[in-house]
Design a binder for this molecule. Structure first.
Ligand SMILES: Nc1ncnc2c1ncn2[C@@H]1O[C@H](COP(=O)(O)OP(=O)(O)OP(=O)(O)O)[C@@H](O)[C@H]1O
Ligand SMILES: [Mg+2]
Length: 488
């Protein structure tokens, strides 16, 4: 399908869609069409209403008003998610939904069976019957070789691919993908979207997707819809949308990647490392992931830990933080041996950690989440006001229940909460994931500020431009072994 004005009846017609949560107007009079075979990107700042729109379209949320129809004339509003799925609308989630205890193959087999259940009878070996189509789908999404890997041991990016394979079992005519490439490296992102585009064309499947990675948006969308505060502010071809000054101001610019990096304090070779790790081993139960890692981070230095999905980056940070049981290996924090220290003691001693999976207290407000990590005594280097200056969006959201925040808003809260704990050493796992370009710029500023204050940072980040702006050194992790160390 080429960009421009399509001729056939739209596969999906959305008119004047509305949804409010209390006083928050999440979606406010949204109208657009989506055509068979078309890739339509829905972009906008964090909290713009993109995921809410997805939830309205697939029946997870009940709309206040509006109209949503398929080309068959079938209205989707008021139907349950399962009914909508049966009408050929599949969806992947911003926060991946797979079964951790099942293998990748079993996950897809289960999804396949669930879709086919009426045609199968017990006794005909349903799981066996599902094996070949499930394996074919795993091959199609590039997970064929990991078919027998348990879901929980798959990297975040691979879980996204697994989720796509599961959705494809229902042979959707319309696919809703909420941040499909979150957590993936650039080459994998491009590979997944190439696959999605190919599927869209081959199956004449309409694809509506949200993304904060602009190379994905502008590289793969036929048209781009821009939302802000629940409303549609632009809908056009990628090139035309990029040229619109209001879209640039709202979402695209200032691109942090175009600005020269502000150098932080260079690492001081004479200073002692604030974090020193020797011969670290770790993993999940019997599965060893890390195989003898040694590294050091100096005050005011940002060290980027890089590697492919599944290389062990997040496992390194989790192991350092003591989340995976007792550490095997030696660890010094600010000159003290903390090899056996549990997570809460490390936090008290100044080790901050932003995990990749946004662990916030969903029942507490944004403000309460922030206040929880504030040190009980002494003056604070990061009082609330300074945190709000760094991330202005949080000020507006401070009284909102954290569980109601959008994916990107939760990510900002996770990072900001760690600041409140005044870390001397910070472990950052994918801080820029799921946040809009302006917020990525704020995160760059935050890291540069921390550097200038002498905080040592160990950073895992798929966004290479982001890493380049802040990192002093990169360490390459491959199969649990650090095998190279480069100056940036
Ligand atoms: N149940 C709820 N109660 C109150 N507010 C909510 C609720 N669900 C969502 N919101 C608010 O609605 C707004 C839209 O959220 P939504 O998740 O749709 O944003 P988004 O565009 O997907 O953002 P992101 O890019 O961060 O994923 C946000 O400000 C969010 O805090
Ligand atoms: Mg969202």
């Amino acid at each position: 399908m080429s960009a421009g004005t399509p001729v056939q009846a739209p596969l999906l017609k959305v008119r004047q869609l509305r949804k409010a949560f209390g006083g928050v107007q999440a979606v406010e009079g949204l109208s657009f069409d989506l055509h068979a075979g078309e890739m339509l990107a829905l972009i906008g700042p964090n909290g713009a209403g993109k995921s809410s729109t997805f939830n309205l379209l697939n029946g997870q949320l009940k709309a206040d008003s509006g109209e949503v129809r398929l080309d068959t004339g079938q209205s989707l509003l008021g139907l349950k998610p399962r009914q909508i799925q049966r009408l050929g609308v599949g969806r992947t989630f911003q926060i991946t939904q797979t079964f951790g205890s099942l293998t990748a193959l079993e996950n897809v087999q289960t999804a396949w069976l669930s879709h086919q259940q009426r045609r199968l009878h017990w006794g005909t070996g349903p799981l066996h019957a599902a094996q070949a189509p499930a394996q074919a789908l795993l091959d199609q999404v590039g997970l064929g070789e990991l078919a027998h890997c348990p879901g929980h041991a798959l990297s975040y990016g691979d879980q996204k691919r697994l989720e796509l394979a599961m959705v494809l079992t229902s042979e959707p005519r319309l696919l809703l993908m909420d941040e499909p490439t979150a957590g993936m490296a650039l080459d994998e992102r491009l590979a997944l979207m190439t696959l999605a585009k190919q599927l869209a064309q081959e199956r004449q499947m309409g694809v509506l997707f949200t993304e904060h990675h602009l190379e994905v948006v502008f590289g793969f969308a036929d048209r781009v819809a821009v939302m802000a505060r629940g409303q549609l502010v632009a809908l056009d071809t990628p090139a035309a949308v990029q040229r619109q000054p209001d879209v640039q101001a709202l979402y695209l610019l200032p691109a942090p990647l175009d600005r020269p990096a502000i150098p932080g304090s260079p690492p001081r070779p004479t200073a002692s490392p604030c974090l020193q790790v020797r011969d670290l081993w770790g993993g999940y139960g019997p599965a060893q992931v890390l195989r003898g890692i040694s590294l050091s981070v100096y005050p005011g230095e940002v060290v980027a830990l890089m590697g492919r999905n599944g290389a062990g980056k997040s496992t390194t940070l989790k192991t350092l933080m003591g989340w995976l049981g007792p550490r095997q290996g030696q660890m010094e924090l600010l000159g003290q041996d903390v090899s056996q220290a549990p997570a809460h003691e490390l936090a008290q001693r100044g080790l901050g950690y932003v995990p990749e999976d946004r662990r916030i207290f969903t029942d507490l407000s944004v403000l309460e989440n922030l206040q929880l990590t504030r040190p009980a005594r002494g003056p604070s280097r990061w009082p609330l006001e300074r945190v709000f200056q760094m991330f202005p969006l949080l000020r507006a959201l401070q009284h909102r229940r954290a569980g109601f925040l959008s994916g990107g808003e939760q990510q900002i809260l996770t990072v900001a909460r760690t600041l409140m704990g005044q870390p001397s050493v910070l472990l950052l796992d994918e801080p820029s994931e799921g946040v809009a370009p302006q917020i990525v710029a704020q995160m760059v500023t935050m890291i540069q500020t921390l550097k200038a204050e002498g905080v040592g940072i160990l950073l895992c980040e798929q966004n290479a431009d982001f890493t380049q702006q802040v990192a002093d050194r990169t360490l390459w992790l491959d199969n649990g072994v650090l095998h190279a160390q480069n100056k940036l």
